[in-house]
Write a protein that binds this ligand. Sequence first.
Ligand code: HEC
Length: 198
Amino acid sequence: MIYNLSLIAILTFVPLLPDSAWALDFESDIQPILKKKCFKCHSGPKAKKGLRWDKKEVVAEWIKEGTDSVIVPGSPVKSLMFIKTSQGRQNHPDGMPPLRRGTPLSEGELKLVAKWITEGAKVTSSEEDDSTVKMKKEDEVKIYDWTNLSGQTIKAGFVRLEDKSVVLRLESGKDTTYPMGKLSVESRELAKKLAEGK
Ligand code: HEC
């Protein structure tokens, strides 16, 4: 494909963005743009081409090397996501959103998309990556049912007792501190037993 000048101009601008020291986050920086301008046709089970911008797991499936790939990490000019949205700004018939069917991305929005792809198009935040890795490698804990005084039950691992609270590890891998006084009698006993057993 022949790249036109405005595309090149946008790309050479990317490293000069004032906030370029910050890595972009898909959920907070990119998804809101897509929500405004693309969700109408690209969200939910009826999304065009199955391309759902509303679901991170689906977006992740569209990230791969190769021509005609929607997102090629590190290379906006090879990514249909960038090619089509920049064409959309030039009233090109292949652009996204389609001609007269939506509002094209602003120049700033397009730059953010380009920057996100240049940075490797990560859909998960590094924090999430860390906790998943931690969970798998060393901190795998046995899961118990915990009931509180209102009768609600959650599944979580036991980490430790802390003052008058118990620290539980949720299935997401995150730890939460819960007051012992709000747990059911059985769950309180369980926490004490597990703490002694450690
Ligand atoms: C009015 C509906 C509509 C809107 C709004 C829209 N799209 Fe699309 N999109 C489509 C349709 C229809 C197709 C399938 C076109 C085809 O197969 O030729 C498509 C296809 C695509 C493709 C190509 C997928 C592939 O594998 O070929 C990409 C990338 C894309 N859209 C991105 C976007 C982005 C990004 C936005 C928001 C800026 C957007 N679209 C907004 C209707 C829309």
